[in-house]
Design a protein around this ligand. Sequence first.
Ligand code: SAJ
Length: 480
Amino acid sequence: MKETLRALFKRQGPISRIGVIGMGYVGIPSAAVFANCPEFDFVWGFQRDSPTSGYKIEMLNAGKSPLVGKEPELDALIRNAVETEKFACTSDFSTISEVDAVTIAVQTPFRNPKDLLPDFGSLEGALKDVGANLREGMLVVLESTVTPGTTDGFARDILERESGLTAGEDFALAHAPERVMVGRLVRNLREHDRVVGGIDEPSTERAVSLYAPILTSGRVIPMSATAAEVTKTAENTFRDLQIAAINQLALYCESMGINVYDVRAGIDSLKGEGVSRGLLFPGAGVGGHCLPKDTYHLERGVKVIGGRVDYPDNSESLFVLARQINDFMPKHMLSLTVEGLKRAGKAQKGAKIALLGWAFLKNTDDARNTPSELYYSLCIDGGAEVVVHDPYVKRFGSLHPRAQLEDAIRNADAIAVFTDHDEYRSLDPALVREWCDTAHPVIIDGRNILDPEPFIERGCIFKGIGRGDINHHAIRESRA
Ligand code: SAJ
């Protein structure tokens, strides 16, 4: 009678040696936290020695973090793990055969933003590396965000094919989605609750024994692998939905001539007894590596593993509609810009537009799926000249944002604020008047971070997302 997986784990004892594949924003803090946990003896970090990322191997083995930006505790954790010989990074994937558990944290981006299909190339490569070195009694955990059905389907198939072993009998397989945010990677890993979903009970139990020891205030939330995949994609889908809801309300408020922020404050005042409406903030669009894609992971999951969905006839998914509303916001920013230029007696064609903010998130250089890119293209397509400014983003493809505000704003006919970088909160209306060599510069505030009055007083034409109360203000005499 073949030994059960539980019996195999019992004979083998608790997990002591861990492998983490993908030394990125998820893998590095994960490996560092595991390695500093007394329950575990050693952690291998696996990183391809590629031209773009191979440098991380040497840095990590020297006890240094290759991540940019401030990550509290991370440097000390890596240094300590290397000094106590509890962590090493390698490109030799055959070493996977030495560990008891291996986690996979590689990027799952779009193949291209147009077709909204995931590029599982990196994931497939990692799964093949694991499968080729898989041995009985191991636990494999996917941490990357995946389409529901991937763990118990695509991933399981590759692992079984490459190893000749059977998931759920010879090895455990689970999904434990990452929920870390840049700037608080280590804290999130330890304090966030951790959803852990196995393809079967023994897999879930084994995966719980991997994550429970690293949690401080967080707790493990066990479930099935597919439920874990839906949890991760849906938590971002719901955030995107919340943003779309307030964006739609902002568009309504503009058309009704009222201030969406008055309405927001009014609704938000309904507090207590869990009646909060969870209002977020309207804006120039939704970027990043999570929200623009996770809805489509969820939608694809329903199609791949779901049966027929009983749903209102001829109605499209609320979640996809939310995506369309959020993706519309850069177009709305262009509408506001063109209306403003028209009030100044100008056309989009030939206008010079200063685009402030290329990063999708304030005070960062992260520009993945930035909404600024669509606005930029639409402005150019309509014959305008666009100069981009961003204090953090140095380069984006062939685009090199200016680092100095004056370089972008000088001689501009319109200024569009896309990112709520702190630097823009102190944009000086007097300087804007001085730099813009035109009687009525147009100011479009996509993040509600400017006070309209000082700009309007100087003859500027001001428009803001959701600001129906001021978007058709009287134009004052132009003055410095
Ligand atoms: N945005 C709005 N209005 C809002 C909030 C955000 O327009 O009220 C826009 C932002 O400008 C940005 C985009 O949405 O362009 C995404 O912003 P985000 O704050 O959601 O930041 P992300 O994309 O880094 O989301 C991550 C997610 N974390 C993980 O997937 C582990 C998300 O689940 C978190 O809720 C979010 O961080 C967070 O709260 O920081």
